[in-house]
Design a protein around this ligand. Structure first.
Ligand code: PLP
Length: 397
């Protein structure tokens, strides 16, 4: 028996429920089982394929890459530049925008949170509470608090009636203090699937500007909702209205690069001097977190976006993925009035008004796998399996 050590003081942490769901699904022998759990895109055959343009870029990179020497904490600068027209609709001015490569959208969010916290600690006054609409991606609050920030919440969505609580959101933002941060899902809300419409985005942009709030936009699914341009439209309205803003981007879904960890953090500063402060602090924080981000995935995105033919092929395949998800959504909405809201939602996820018990019954009796909150990844369905899903949901309601 060894003597107690420092690590005996660690608090036990719950196991990741998604990982146990994966294992349960894998070990289920029923051939008709449906996996609506894990948050990755699936094609009609249930696969999460490497995109064609990514395969081609990998072959090209293998041929042409001549060194794997270190880059800097900003990662692949050309990658972050080439993404600008996709994210912002144009190249943004270098004296008021900083863009760095990060390990996934998660790394971008963590870096954003640490930047806010570094500023908050130096600023006089309370400042920089982070406002989250609930429910939200389960990692948002832990990332913010791990970086030292305080989280405040408002209700964004009512699961039972499947409606966005826009009035509650606006009331919360109108009550937020200048310098507070408001985290916004750019498109394809995870987990609820319901996004703001154009006039709601306009109202959010106005309140952000009026109250001096700092938007932190999480854009992790661009192109999987209504289209690359459409999915960034709300984010662009808010970015235009706010002098200072942060945008955490992920290429892990729209380029299908998940495990390669491809993201970017963009920071907009109201003046060149402030932007320079943001830049030097972002680089320092990247350096103490991961020194520099992993190269391969971002290099692939760079190769694709630097080549017109590869870009066109990437866009075409992304269009196909989006259309497939939206066809499944329309079939569900047409198949049962209870599922009608899903036709208006966008992205892979919708939060169904099901209790944890109903979700457990779906798994046990109908081999339908979903996370306990009722979030369904609709990319796990095909037009052929939609009727089976509708029957299963009817049986447990
Ligand atoms: C809303 C949201 N933001 C950010 C991320 C992070 O994505 P990444 O895998 O690039 O870290 C996810 C991933 O599931 C997400 O759903």
């Amino acid at each position: 028996m060894s003597a107690p050590t420092l690590f005996d003081a660690l608090a036990p942490q719950p196991a990741d429920t998604l990982l146990s769901l994966i294992a349960l699904h894998r070990d289920d022998p029923r051939p008709h089982k449906l996996d609506l759990g894990v948050g990755v895109y699936r094609d009609d055959s249930g696969a999460t394929p490497v995109m064609r343009a990514v395969k081609a870029a990998e072959a090209r990179l293998l041929e042409t890459q001549s060194s794997k020497s270190y880059l800097g904490p900003e990662g692949d600068i050309r990658y972050a530049e080439l993404l600008q027209p996709i994210v912002f609709g144009r190249a943004v001015p270098a004296d008021t925008f900083v863009g760095v490569q990060t390990p996934g959208g998660t790394g971008a969010l963590r870096l954003a949170a640490e930047l806010i916290n570094a500023a908050r600690k130096n600023a006089k006054g309370p400042g920089a509470k982070v406002w989250l609409g609930t429910p939200t991606w389960p990692n948002h609050a832990p990332i913010m608090t791990a970086a030292g920030l305080t989280v405040a919440t408002y209700r964004y969505y009512d699961q039972a009636t499947q409606t966005v609580l826009f009035d509650e959101m606006m009331a919360a933002l109108q009550g937020a203090a200048a310098g507070d941060v408001v985290l916004l899902h750019g498109c394809c809300h995870n987990p609820v699937g319901a996004d703001l419409d154009r006039s709601q985005w306009r109202a959010v942009a106005e309140v952000v500007a009026q109250r001096g709030l700092i938007p932190l936009i999480d854009l992790a699914y661009q192109g999987l909702g209504d289209g690359l341009e459409e999915d960034a439209a709300g984010a662009r309205l808010v970015l235009d209205a706010a002098p200072d803003a942060l945008l955490a981007y992920s290429c892990d879904k729209n380029f299908g690069l998940y495990r390669e960890r491809v993201g970017a953090l963009y920071a907009k500063g109201g003046t060149p001097a402030r932007t320079e402060l943001m830049r030097s602090n972002i680089l320092l924080l990247a350096r103490v977190n991961w020194s520099m981000p992993p190269d391969h995935g971002a290099a692939l995105v760079r190769v694709i976006l630097d080549d017109a033919a590869l870009t066109a092929d990437w866009r075409a395949e992304l269009d196909g993925m989006r259309s497939r998800i939206n066809r499944v959504r329309q079939a569900l909405a047409a198949g049962d009035p209870w599922l009608a809201p899903l036709g208006h939602h966008r992205g892979m996820f919708s939060l169904l008004p099901l209790s944890p018990d109903q979700v457990a019954t779906l798994r046990r009796e109908h081999a339908v796998y979903m996370v306990g909150s009722g979030r369904a990844n609709l990319a796990g369905l095909t037009l052929d399996t939609v009727p089976q899903f509708i029957d299963a949901v009817r049986a447990v309601r």
